[in-house]
Structures are given as C-alpha cells and as structure tokens.
Design a protein around this ligand. Structure first.
Ligand SMILES: Cc1cc2nc3c(=O)[nH]c(=O)nc-3n(C[C@H](O)[C@H](O)[C@H](O)COP(=O)(O)O)c2cc1C
Length: 443
C-alpha cells in the first residue's frame, strides 16, 4: 500500500432512535463502494440510531452510570472533568457522553456495543452488495500528554486493528521490541480529516488499504484496549499521588528478615529528610541520627552493639536471670548486627527542653514530651522507607542503655536514645495485619 484515498460522505439525515444506520449509510455512500474498502462512521449517528440519547439534566448521572472506574478528575470554571473507564474498557473524558451535534437539552451516549454495531453494518453491506469491507466506528478522544483530540476506533469489524511488528527487524537489521501499530486508530484519525465537525459528513470511505481488511469480523476495537495490569498510567497523576499518600502509612509493617542487598544511601537520607519534618516542641529541631551501613561502618557497629550487649548481660544477671535465658535474649538482638543498614535515633534536649526549678514534676513531663515527639520522627522514617519499598524494624535496645550510648558515642547527658531502626529489603511478604475496629480504640 503506497497510496490511500479517503472520501467523505455527506449525509444530512437527522438520526433518531430506530433508524437503520447500515441501510442509510450504504445509501449515502452510493454505488462507489468496492471490495476491500474501509468504511468509517462516527459513533454519534450509530448511537442516535440506537436511541442512546438522554436529557442533559441527567448528564452527570449518565456519566456515572456509563463508568466503571474514575481515573482522574479536575474541577475548573466550567465544572468538573472526569476521565473514566467505561464498561467497554474505553478510557475517555465524561464516558463519551457528548452534548455536541445533538438537540438542545440532550446528550448522546456512546453506542451500547460499538464492535457489535460495526459487525451489523459490515454484515448488511455484505448481504446487500456482496462485497467484503472493513467497518470502523470512530469517536473523538483527547489524549494524555498531547494537546488536541483525534478520532479513535471504538468499534471495528473486518479489519486488522493492530499490526504487531514485535520481533521483526528494522531497516538496520535490529529487532523491534514492543512495536504495535494501532492501524484501526490510524484509519479513524485519517478519516476524520474529511469528516470535519459540523460538516454533515459522518461517514468516510478509505480506499487502497485492502491489505488490512480481513475476511472475518475479527476481534474488534476491544482488542485495542490495554489490559489494566499492563497499563503504566492507569490512574491520573493526582489520583495516583493521593492513593500513594493514603497507602504509605498503611504499608509500614515491622520487617525482621531482610534480603542481602544493600540499602541505597539516598533511601536512608530521604527517610531522615522525612523525620526532620516531624512536629517538635517549642519550635525546636532536636532530632539526631547515626547511620551505620553494612560494609562501611562494620567495626564501629560491632563495637557499639558489643557495648550494648555487655550492659544488657550485666543488667539481666543483676536481675538473677539464668545464663541460658540471658544468651537467648541477647541472641534476639542480632537483627541490628545483620540488617543491611541501621539508623540510631536520638533526641538532643540541649537548648530545646525548658527547665523548671523543682526536681522531677514538670521537668519529667518536658522530657516525655520530647521523647514522644521523637517517636513521631521515627515513624516518619519507617513510613518513608515503606513508601520506597524498604522494610524496617524499630528495635528498642538503645533506649534501655542511654549511658552506654552516650559513653560510646561521646554524647551529652541531654541526648536520649530512641532505639534503632533496622533497614533492608523485606525477605518475603508481610503477614496480613489483623483487622482492628476503630471503636475498640476510642475512649
Ligand atoms: C518504641 C518501639 C520499640 C520497639 N522495639 C522492638 C524491638 O526491640 N524488637 C522488635 O522485634 N520489635 C520492636 N518493635 C516493633 C513492634 O514489635 C511492632 O511494631 C509490633 O509488633 C507491631 O507490628 P507492626 O509494626 O508490623 O504493626 C518496637 C516498636 C516500638 C514502637
């Protein structure tokens, strides 16, 4: 195929419910229709003939009724634009419910099943003219990323809708990866060039493309719909961000076994960046962190954890615990030794916490307040890590040996340990969180 002709077919008929769209179309085309031609028809006349016209007052309800999923919404001076998926799988604005080229006070829905409508028209032409043509029912759709609308094929019969070039070689002998040409959409768009809006030209005949016309109806335009699980853009960007924001907190789970892979420094730093946005008393910024990455800080990490273990052993034996139990409990702390990275968190109350004259009392409350705020910062770290697909476990041991932490790290007596966070790629799926009833938690 190196030359195509596209002829617009004028048709002034005002379609209404019950019209035989196939017969009227064929009549309008006239005798100049040949085997191998492709007939494109705007969905508008097919829909009107099928009685898919409703009162405009019901427009929003109609959009809702025609939609199975909302991908994006945007409000503007003229109202609300909804990008939705119809039950046919089409993704388009307002479910294709259109107020143009219809009587005042009415809107036109898309045909009930455009592939079926295309098959019926093709069959009519076959019966009455004895020729095999392709039929494409078109609708005008907007596009992500690019300005302007073009016509697309929403119903097809007797035409190859996709040319899958995947695996073929280009002019330089390189194999084409994932190259699928949307032939039916190209015919739809091309035919629109001779079917200008308001021109009473709802039909076009494409000649010279018989190579794409098939002896059978074929899969129809529904074969052009990308399966949702393969769609990299199945949500509008705002909806995707809202979804992500809602899910981030819920995705955090304590993960205690990690893959062997290292945690990129950027992941850790972004989690710290999230931590230092946490609320803190008196407009202070009391958070301090110590990052230890495997392969970078191994000796320092071992020394610190050894010192913490030694203190714990001492505390447990002072309590009179048997040696076996002490060993068992110490062994539980290995996650901090083996995790790909750990983050120790602290609150530095120097020049931050207010002081009161009496011992205890408000001074204790003041410290509690800062430690509670520290928890908010740690939670931000955990949520940030979870949002990036990293697992974490908040391990309490450093909270129980603040003096050891201060001595080993040279910190002032005003610095309080908040525990350590073990970080890594989760090994395996998190278990299902037990269902919790909000009412059980309300006082
Ligand atoms: C302050 C604090 C200290 C914690 N210390 C430990 C710890 O030492 N060892 C541990 O395995 N988990 C520790 N956890 C994690 C809890 O066990 C975990 O959050 C709890 O089992 C609920 O599971 P989830 O985080 O997956 O919802 C700690 C949690 C918090 C908030």
């Amino acid at each position: 195929m190196s030359e195509l002709s596209i002829r617009g077919v004028h048709l002034a008929h005002k379609f209404r419910e019950g019209d035989d769209v196939a017969a009227i179309t064929l009549d309008a085309i006239g005798v100049d229709l040949r085997d191998g031609d492709i007939v494109t028809i705007t969905s508008k006349i097919v829909a009107k003939a099928e009685g898919r016209v409703i009162h405009a007052a019901d427009r929003e309800d109609a959009i809702t009724a025609e939609s199975v999923r909302t991908l994006a919404t945007r409000s503007h001076a003229r109202g609300l634009t909804r990008i939705v998926q119809t039950r046919h799988g089409l993704i388009l604005a307002a479910a294709g419910v259109d107020a143009s080229n219809t009587e005042d006070g009415t809107v036109v829905l898309l045909p009930e099943d455009s592939d079926a409508s295309a098959r019926a028209i093709r069959s009519h032409i076959q019966t009455h003219r004895g020729i095999n043509v392709g039929v494409v029912i078109t609708d005008t759709l907007g596009r992500a990323w690019r300005l302007g609308v073009t016509d697309h094929a929403i119903g097809c019969a007797g035409i190859q809708v996709i040319d899958d070039l995947t695996g073929e070689t280009d002019a330089f002998g390189r194999e084409l990866e994932m190259t699928m040409v949307a032939i039916a959409d190209e015919f739809a768009a091309a035919s629109e060039l001779v079917r200008a809006k308001n021109s009473m030209t709802p039909i076009a005949v494409i000649r010279g493309a018989s190579g794409w016309v098939t002896p059978h109806d074929g899969p129809g335009a529904s074969a052009l719909i990308r399966p949702e699980h393969e769609d990299m853009f199945s949500l509008g960007s705002r909806e995707a961000m809202e979804h992500g924001a809602q899910q981030a907190v819920l995705q955090r789970r304590t993960v205690r076994t990690f893959e062997d892979s290292e945690v990129p420094r950027g992941v850790i730093e972004r989690s710290i960046a999230a931590a230092i946005t946490a609320p803190a008393p008196h407009h202070t910024q009391p958070w301090r962190f110590l990052i230890m990455e495997r392969g970078v800080d191994d000796q320092r990490r071992t020394n610190l954890l050894d010192a913490m273990s030694k203190q714990w052993k001492f505390d447990l034996s002072a309590e009179g615990k048997p040696a076996k139990e002490i060993d068992r409990r110490i062994a539980r702390g290995t996650i901090l030794r083996t995790a790909p990275a750990i983050i120790f968190a602290f609150m530095d109350l120097t020049n931050a916490a207010h002081t009161y004259p009496e011992e205890g009392g408000r001074n204790v409350s003041e410290r509690n307040m800062f430690l509670i705020a520290g928890g908010a910062a740690v939670e931000n770290i955990l949520v940030s890590l979870a949002a990036e697909g990293y697992g974490s476990a908040w391990i309490s041991s450093s909270i129980f040996c603040p003096e050891v932490m201060r001595a080993e790290l040279g910190l002032s007596h005003n610095v309080w340990a908040l525990g350590a966070i073990a970080v890594g790629k989760p090994a395996g799926e998190a278990s299902q969180r037990p269902q919790r009833e909000i009412s059980d938690f309300l006082l």
